[in-house]
Design a binder for this molecule. Structure first.
Ligand code: UT7
Length: 376
């Protein structure tokens, strides 16, 4: 039987740090509130486009796997942040890498985009469609954040990471997965102002209003991730005691704690980055995976539980069997250009271009976007 082993990994975190204190300079919020409600202390703000973050992450993952770009058959760009919608962003990464033989596609399931991409690439390798794939989880949310809305502006950050998958006869990579979507709750997480439904309304990217019912999302996230994790473990005949490390979506420390509790897995066996990077949507799981590898928390043969949820509300839980190698085969010099501004300076520049009070929320909505908000 063919498996899709994870043979390379690499992250690319933008260097500029936005602290809770920075946010409090323009929002009615505080370090205490943000830490106690979310666990977040800092997040990153990118000075480069999402394709560039993705390129560096993917180049590092390829060097780690010692796989020439020419041998890549498939690139999946998992994200809901697009530098461009047409052409897709995966093709931009392909061009930058020189991966001339790669098919290239974008997968957008919001925060679960990397997990959905990982499952898609795994299925394509296991069925013989491709042999070598790069799967990216990236997000550049700071550019379409509504910086006037404290309900969401404190939660998100930018980042990217990628993995290389290669066909293998040994049991490794994704060995089980459960995915789904609770579409009746889609109005609880919506970024209004991006997409064709808003065309002709004089709205530009970045000029957004976020519908974000934190408590509805919170409860549904815990339920969906806990249910999917229990199911995938049951289907694979795995008990909580056999999970070496949980690599969860990092939307809120309290959500992660609840999911771990339901799964019966102590927090010592959960990888956390939420305090440093906030919610990077599709990038949270791969960035946490890379940090887990770099800090020795993934061992040869480790069994990992990855779980996430996001807009849609999409959700996914995967079991990943790690292979024999937990150290990179190589490295690359590829890196981001230096950042000459502080995170707060960059955010203030974005804020200056936004027009949060010049339009009404209702004015951005078309009839088909006004579904009723579900109860929690
Ligand atoms: O990746 C998927 C995306 N999303 C999520 O996973 C988010 C899921 N939800 C959550 O993480 C939490 O619901 C939040 C962190 C978003 C909010 O925490 P909460 O404990 O549910 O707070 P809340 O929304 O009930 O707000 C409590 C209070 C409110 O004030 P009142 O009405 O009690 O006076 C808010 O107005 O906190 C206020 N508040 C803030 N105060 C200071 C809301 N945002 C802030 C803020 N700073 N940034």
């Amino acid at each position: 039987m063919t498996y899709a082993a994870i043979t390379g990994w690499g992250a690319c975190m933008p260097p500029a740090v936005l602290t809770n204190a920075d946010l409090a300079t323009f929002l009615d919020t505080s370090d205490d509130w943000i830490i106690s409600r979310t666990g977040m202390k800092e997040r990153r703000v990118s000075h480069v486009p999402a394709i560039e973050l993705s390129t560096v992450a993917a180049a590092r993952a390829l060097a780690c796997a010692n796989l020439p770009a020419d041998d890549v058959d498939l690139i999946i760009y998992g994200s809901c942040s697009y530098d461009e919608a047409v052409p897709n962003c995966a093709s931009g990464v392909q061009l930058n890498l020189g991966a001339t033989h790669a098919a290239s596609m974008d997968v957008n399931t919001a925060c679960t985009s990397f997990l959905y991409g990982l499952i898609t690439a795994t299925a394509m390798i296991r069925t013989g469609v491709v042999k070598n794939a790069v799967v990216i989880g990236v997000e550049l949310i700071t550019h379409y954040m509504d910086w006037s809305d404290r309900n969401v502006a404190v939660l998100f950050g930018d980042g990217a990471a990628a993995v290389v998958l290669q066909a293998s006869e040994k049991e490794s990579g994704v060995i089980g997965s459960i995915i789904g979507c609770n579409a009746e709750a889609r109005p609880s997480l919506r970024v209004r102002g991006i997409g064709c439904g808003y065309a002709g309304r004089g709205i530009t990217l970045g000029d957004t209003i976020w519908d974000f019912d934190g408590q509805v999302i919170f409860k549904r996230a815990v339920k969906a991730m806990s249910g999917a994790s229990a199911r995938v473990m049951q289907e694979c005949g795995v008990t909580a005691g056999q999970i070496d490390l949980v690599v969860p979506h990092q939307a809120n420390l309290r959500i992660i704690e609840s999911v771990a509790k339901y799964a019966g897995i102590p927090m010592e066996r959960v990888m956390l980055t939420v305090q440093k990077y906030g919610n990077m949507s599709a990038a949270t799981v791969p960035v946490a995976l890379v940090e887990a590898l770099e800090t020795g928390r993934v061992k040869p043969g480790s069994l990992l539980l990855m779980t996430g949820f996001g807009g849609g509300l999409t959700w996914a839980s995967l079991l990943v069997r790690w292979g024999d190698r937990v150290t990179p085969l190589g490295a690359t010099d590829r890196a981001l250009p230096p950042c000459t501004k502080t995170a707060l300076e960059m955010v203030n520049e974005i804020r200056a271009k936004q027009d949060p009070h010049g339009r009404s929320a209702a004015g951005l909505m078309s009839a088909e976007f006004t579904e009723k908000q579900p109860a929690g």
